[in-house]
Write a protein that binds this ligand. Structure first.
Ligand code: CIR
Length: 277
């Protein structure tokens, strides 16, 4: 499978404004020092354990959610679609992302249609095809533009009834394997994906929806590697993931960013330059 190898990552710093200004569904108070430490540890994992070249963009105080870079662009092969995020307060995040991806020599396409919205967190690339959640942040027009840009792949929509983004409750766990949360809406979304696909996917259900948000990579010399949230956060999901055979499992902490609805995939954009460019 071509798609689940990566060479580069783009991340962004955490502004102080995250604590008070980030969009969120809960009231829990964010400890910025801890959040920054967790983020530094995550970036270190990308660099040293996954062997990625990491581009770090500076935080922007005017953009409280800017650490969640995944939403500002969708990168697949040598093409990057700069999105039009669903939340107006997040639209400014695309500027720095566009410049960073340009420097990486990707072919850039910008979503300029004022009727379209798309957050990268709604986009699940399986290596063979793309699923896009129709959520509070991503609409039909956004999904259509995504399909026009990534013509080499089938793009199927997944209507969402709950949850922030499609990947708030699922992610790739390996070639042909999707990790899915146990909630009714997460399971329903998986069934929709399976019904719309000509491929067969294995499903690994974990008890916690957020616990299903992992980063899978096939790392040269290491094979299957899965970065997942540690046992302090989702002990029951952790137990399920621990059973994955022949995997290198890397546990990281995401406690502070979860308070503002950010999971593990949200805080990096993964790019494959070697094989596709
Ligand atoms: C938001 O509500 O937009 C941010 N507080 C969290 C975004 C998380 N991003 C993602 O799931 N891709």
């Amino acid at each position: 499978m071509a798609g689940l190898h990566y060479t580069h990552a783009v991340v962004r710093g955490i502004p102080t404004s995250l604590a008070t200004g980030a969009l969120r569904s809960s009231e829990a108070e964010v400890d910025l020092t801890k959040a920054r430490q967790e983020h530094a540890d995550y970036v270190e994992v990308l660099r040293t354990r996954l062997g990625l070249e990491v581009v770090e963009l500076p935080a922007d105080e005017a953009l409280p959610d800017c650490v969640f870079v995944e939403d500002a662009a969708v990168v697949c092969g040598d093409t990057a679609l700069i999105t039009r995020p669903g939340a107006v307060s997040r639209r400014g995040e695309t500027k720095a992302m566009k410049e960073a991806l340009k420097k990486l020599d990707l072919n850039l396409v910008e979503m300029t249609d004022e009727n379209a919205t798309l957050d990268g967190g709604d986009v699940l690339f399986t290596g063979q095809e793309i699923f896009v959640g129709l959520s509070k942040r991503t609409n039909q027009r956004g999904a259509e533009i995504l399909a026009e840009v990534f013509k080499d792949y089938t793009v199927s929509t997944v209507p969402m009834t709950k949850g922030l983004h499609l990947k708030s409750f699922c992610s790739m766990g390996g070639p042909g394997l999707i990790i899915v949360g146990a909630s009714e809406h997460a399971q329903k979304a998986f069934s929709t994906m399976q019904q719309k696909s000509k491929y067969r996917y294995d499903k690994l259900t974990v008890p916690d929806d957020f616990g299903a948000n992992c980063i899978y990579m096939n790392v040269p010399g290491k094979g299957h590697v899965l970065v997942h949230m540690n046992g302090d956060q989702f002990p029951e999901s952790f137990k399920v993931l621990e059973k994955l055979k022949d995997y290198t499992l890397i546990a990281v902490s995401d406690l502070e960013k979860i308070k503002v609805d950010g999971a593990l995939t949200c805080i990096s954009i993964l790019i494959n330059k070697k094989t596709n460019i």
